[in-house]
Design a protein around this ligand. Structure first.
Ligand code: 13P
Length: 261
């Protein structure tokens, strides 16, 4: 049984003081504890404030939204895995479709980052997903296979178990148009079959695959009931503590119903 993992990707939202405000409210909601792993990914500049706000709440983990693959050097404006590690950052989102489309990140660059993250014991959340044109052209499986093979090159089976995948269909991000639970399940099952080929069935069975794209409190439970959906990577609906907490609870409820089905 895989424990669901729900992560808040705040993208370029929330200053350090807004981050403190959010977490002050969120830790009150979360104090009862829920059977999901909760991860919050603020902008780099808000990580220190988030880390301070969570000192008494170490079950809530922090993620960075990106990082460079070198540990130091002449890379103006970049942040290294060494720096994140010192801040006790447990996860890093890599290969988000906005990084791919807007900042030109290729599978090769993303792969270097994935390998660097593991070197520094930071767990990557590797994002994959197709555009609407690719889906309509019948290229879903080809695109996912290329992104998985490219992004995971050189990743060992042990490292794979400590990697989270996020299936984020580009057409569902920020559009209000969620993939149906059947579409999500189909893609997640396919991703798991690619992992079984690249590694082995047992490794594939253990890897957690999040769904991302217009996740809301109202659609999380049904998504989380799908056999291969293990939580969510949430953008817009994670910016308000009450809404993000409802999503965490719905993911837990879906996982419980799935386990007892
Ligand atoms: P939305 O939840 O706003 O659609 O964003 C999804 C996403 O990109 C999370 O990484």
């Amino acid at each position: 049984m895989r424990n669901p993992i729900v992560a808040a990707n705040w993208k370029m939202h929330k200053t350090p003081s807004e981050t403190e405000d959010f977490l002050r409210g969120f830790v009150v909601l979360a104090k009862a504890g829920e059977p999901v792993d909760i991860v919050i990914a603020p902008p780099y500049i808000s990580l220190a404030a988030a880390s301070a706000a969570l000192t008494q709440h170490d079950s809530i983990k922090l993620a960075a939204q990106n990082m460079h693959y070198e540990q130091s050097g002449a890379f103006t404006g970049e942040i290294s895995p060494l720096m994140l590690r010192e801040m006790l950052i447990h996860y890093v989102i890599l290969g988000h479709s906005e990084r791919r489309a807007i900042f030109g990140e290729t599978d090769e660059i993303i792969n270097r980052k994935v390998l660097a993250a593991h070197q520094f014991n930071i767990k990557p959340i590797l994002c994959v997903g197709e555009t609407l044109e690719e889906r309509d052209a019948g290229r879903l499986e080809e695109v996912l296979t290329t992104q998985l093979k490219g992004g995971l090159a050189g990743v060992s089976a042990d490292q794979m178990i400590n990697t989270v995948l996020a299936y984020e269909p580009v057409w569902a991000i920020g559009t209000g148009r969620t993939a149906s639970s059947a579409q999500a399940q189909e893609a997640h099952a396919f991703i798991r079959s690619v992992l079984a080929n690249l590694y082995d069935p047992e490794t594939a069975r253990r890897v957690r695959i999040q769904y991302g794209g217009s996740v809301k409190p109202g659609n999380m439970e049904e998504l989380a009931m799908q056999p291969d959906v293990d939580g969510a990577l949430v953008g817009g609906a994670s910016l308000e503590s009450g809404s993000f907490w409802e999503i965490c609870r719905a993911a837990a409820a879906g996982a419980t119903r799935k386990a007892s089905a």
